[in-house]
Design a protein around this ligand. Structure first.
Ligand code: ATP
Ligand code: MG
Length: 256
């Protein structure tokens, strides 16, 4: 049975509802795991507290993330079902804007079928190579809680910087143990991913990607390598998280 919801642009939750619909459609198409719906709900909750906009701290983290990605020798963009359902097109644009990155599929709740659907979805946007799908090329890395994670020998395994939005904490910590620089997007400033990454952009992925692409284009043109290094070196991730929590607190006070 198909369901049709009427969404009006002047509804206060218009964008949030539209985003939710994208995820539900992705779930019905088999791109998103059922657990992904729950993760999205958790994200929505933090977005509500944030006021559903890009804060100054998030803007600054986006700028620093663009610098780290531009400086990277071999940056890898890691994607899962939620990221695919919400913004596969923008991820492909990000990949093109960098020019020296690759995209790798990494699924927490793995099925061969979902991996195939995700891979096909990216191909629709012109991507010719997607890593993480060839069993011959996967290597295993130890994770916390004793489950194992597979990464591509030509992707995350040899990356210096991994852009891994909406990631689980155990897996982020595993990447840090492999000495990777980790850039994430996570609406929860208290998640283990947010706390253990090098750069955490606390904002909705659908708002982040267009701004990240814009910053990459700008910084490539107008910033020197030294400027970019200076941006990365002076960045304090925990300070950004603290400021974001302050925004969430003051937002509640102003409503009440
Ligand atoms: P952790 O494992 O890092 O301690 P967790 O177990 O609560 O956190 P996961 O389900 O492992 O969370 O990871 C998904 C994360 O992605 C959550 O923190 C959630 O808030 C966040 N998230 C969900 N949807 C979005 C979105 N659209 N944009 C940004 N972040 C999102
Ligand atoms: Mg988790």
């Amino acid at each position: 049975m198909t369901r049709k919801i009427e969404l009006h642009e002047n509804h206060p939750r218009y964008l949030s509802l539209l985003t939710r619909e994208k995820l539900v459609t992705g779930f019905k198409r088999g791109l998103v795991a059922s657990e992904g719906l729950i993760a999205h709900g958790r994200g929505e909750c933090f977005d509500y507290l944030l006021g559903e906009y890009t804060t100054e701290s998030a803007r600054s983290a986006i700028n620093v993330a663009s610098a780290m990605l531009l400086l990277a020798r071999y940056p890898v963009i890691s994607v899962n079902g939620n990221v695919t359902a919400l913004c596969a097109d923008q991820v492909c644009r990000l990949n093109r804007s960098l020019g020296h990155s690759v995209i790798e599929i990494n699924l927490f709740y793995y099925t061969r079928e979902r991996e195939k659907l995700i891979s096909e979805e990216f191909k629709k946007y012109g991507l010719t190579q997607i890593l993480g799908t060839d069993p011959e090329n996967l290597v295993s890395i130890p994770e916390l809680e004793s489950n194992r994670r597979l990464v591509d020998r030509d992707g995350i395994s040899k990356a210096d910087v991994v852009f891994v939005p909406l990631e689980d904490g155990d897996r982020t910590i595993a990447l840090k143990r492999m000495n990777k620089k980790v850039v994430t997007v996570d609406l929860n400033p208290l998640s283990r991913t947010a706390l253990s990454s090098d750069i955490t952009i606390v904002d909705n992925i659908v708002r982040v990607l267009p701004q990240l692409i814009e910053r990459i284009t700008y910084n490539r043109k107008y910033s020197s390598e030294d400027d970019l290094k200076e941006l990365v070196e002076s960045f304090d991730n925990l300070d950004g998280l603290r400021k974001t929590l302050e925004v969430m607190k003051s937002q509640q006070v102003s409503v009440l």
